[in-house]
Design a protein. Structure first.
Length: 277
């Protein structure tokens, strides 16, 4: 049974994370806590719905049941060390998935996010096992998806990657999280183009191969980025690139706060020009 109070608070915390000054957030405002709470509260019925769809393929079964590339020991002893090896990632040729991934993650690591989101003590039922295994896979794959779909780690990019994750893994809570982050961006920018970008993302997802959502990050690191995108039919996102370029210099990482400053600055310039006239 859903707890509406916990769900409402978690969604509010997620929106606040993307609309307050990122540099001054305290420990209680960490994003992992409300996301994990939301996943836990909404695992019924969405966890069951996701499990029924994802387990129709062998790769999906491996993700759900924590096997092979999503086995806990394999992820922690093999996958994470490679994803955190910045010297190795930086040495990869330009244009590879791993090199582009390094550019995204150069200033932060995946270990903190993994430790924050993944907690063995939360495993109490079969659905908890599924949620925990899904969380493990989504955490290690998250920034690889940023790389493959060319969405950066600003607020809008994060919203769209939640939509990507929700679509690829048939997991509604990820889509809900993404939508609420989009609301934060739309409210802050007051720019209706956000919804065109959202529609563009959905159209790209309808054409891409869902298998990409079940694969291990290690499958792609040394591969050419454009070849991987072509193999899985991941389309271009010109509307997103246009929007991101428009606001790029006015975002803090993962925040909308500096957009507010940007919009305010634009209004001040308009008023100044009117005074000159």
């Amino acid at each position: 049974m859903w707890n509406p109070i916990k769900i409402t608070k978690s969604l509010k915390d997620i929106v606040n994370f993307y609309t307050v000054d990122y540099e001054h957030q305290n420990e209680n405002e960490k994003l992992g806590v409300p996301v994990t709470t939301l996943y836990r509260e909404m695992q019924f019925p969405f966890g069951i719905m996701m499990m029924n769809k994802v387990t129709q393929t062998t790769l999906g079964q491996d993700v759900v049941w924590g096997r092979k590339h999503n086995d806990k020991e394999y992820v922690e002893n093999k996958v994470l060390p490679i994803l955190m090896d910045k010297k190795y990632l930086a040495s990869l040729p330009e244009g590879t998935v791993g090199k582009e991934y390094y550019k995204i993650c150069a200033n932060f690591g995946i270990e903190t996010l993994y430790n924050q989101r993944f907690k063995d003590e939360e495993v109490k039922s079969r659905l908890d096992v599924v949620r925990t295994n899904l969380s493990r896979h989504t955490v290690v794959s998250h920034d690889i998806l940023h790389t493959l779909f060319k969405y950066n780690t600003h607020a809008l990019g994060e919203a769209l990657i939640q939509e990507v994750t929700g679509h690829l893994l048939d997991y509604k809570p990820s889509k809900i999280i993404g939508f609420f982050i989009l609301l934060a961006v739309a409210r802050t920018t007051k720019d209706k183009e956000v919804w065109k970008v959202y529609k563009e993302c959905k159209e790209v997802l309808q054409k891409c191969k869902k298998e990409i959502g079940y694969r291990s990050p290690l499958d792609f690191l040394e591969s050419d980025l454009e070849e991987v995108r072509q193999k899985f039919n991941i389309g271009e996102v010109p509307l997103y690139e246009k929007f991101e370029k428009k606001y790029h210099n006015y975002f803090y990482p993962d925040s909308c706060r500096s957009i507010e400053k940007y919009v305010h600055a634009i209004n001040e310039k308009k008023e100044s020009r009117l005074e000159e006239i």
